[in-house]
Design a protein. Sequence first.
Length: 392
Amino acid sequence: MKILIANPGSTSYKCRCYDMADETLLFQGGVERIGEAESDIFWQFQDQEKQTLRKSVQDYPGAIRELLQPLEIKIPLSEIGAVGFKTVHARDITGCVELTDEVLEAMKAYAPLVPVHNAAYLTAIRAFRSVMPRCPLIGLFETHFHRNMPPEAAMYGVPLAWVEKYGVRKYGFHGASHRYIAEHSAALFKANRIISCHLGGSSSVCAIRDGVSLDTSMGMSAQCGLFNAKRVGDLDPFALLYVMEEENLTIAETRDILMSRSGMLGLSGLSGDLRDIEQALDTDSNADLAFKAFAYGVKRYIGEYLAVLNGADLIVFTGGAGQHSPRLRETVLGNMDNLGIVLDAQKNRDNPAESLISADDSPVRVAVIPTQEEIIVAREVARKLNADESAP
């Protein structure tokens, strides 16, 4: 069975095609800058050189067709068993489900919570319906990995009527990434109590025991927890109400500020990209503040989850920044030896692709592991298709 995994962004589209018989990656490609005068396109088959192209791609159907054309050279579309999506949030729906009209309406209902994410996925799903009308479209929702969080971890101190009427509670995101880290860490390092740190343009921390998410930093939306590239993160709600009244801000204006002008960008005034922030640390005090505040947030959540798990076997850094920034990892884990966390400075600086970076005598091990969200989605999509076929 071959599964195509679609990964849409606000102005980008990427995909991967797997042969699920042995989970071989057959094809991958992407289109950047959709809707601009020139778009960057790439694709690559297994064991072949990457191909690149630059041309105007104005919309999602066009981007999808640009990558289906080279894919069809070796893999007929009739061999694609399903298109899988790493869908984010839908009201009263989670798990691995067929993307029916009902599911799309549930995604629209929660679009105000994750406006950029759900808008991109809804656009891409509708585009695939037109481009591949006979192919099943299946989504694995990011919230699914966190479905077994204890109620005391998931609840906010709000009127219970809000929970019952609107579903106000913690859901958590980055589920495919945290799940991959949980499964791979258990296999690779025999770890059961894991703190997974997915750090990048969008960041979250997750406490995992025996493969189950017990708590995570994101909540009902992807806005809370660690601040992100441009998203606000944890914020006192009364501070928000105060500024809205003082500045006479509308809900739409406030949403835009929290979603697009806050986080790393808002605090530094420079960039939402941690790479830009790191380059400016020694010359820009605001960049230094943003970097230290972000690292402090990661440290704080690690401390919380050490308490939740009653210790940890392994702390994992993944995501673009988690994998590639030794300075961030050193700043996060510095001065935590009394909690049993001791980095090996040289291993950390060597920035391994996948390895332990803790000292040999560190009671809590620390690792860098690249995440593979797409394969988690592909496995669940294949499992659902097989279950549907075997159902009476």
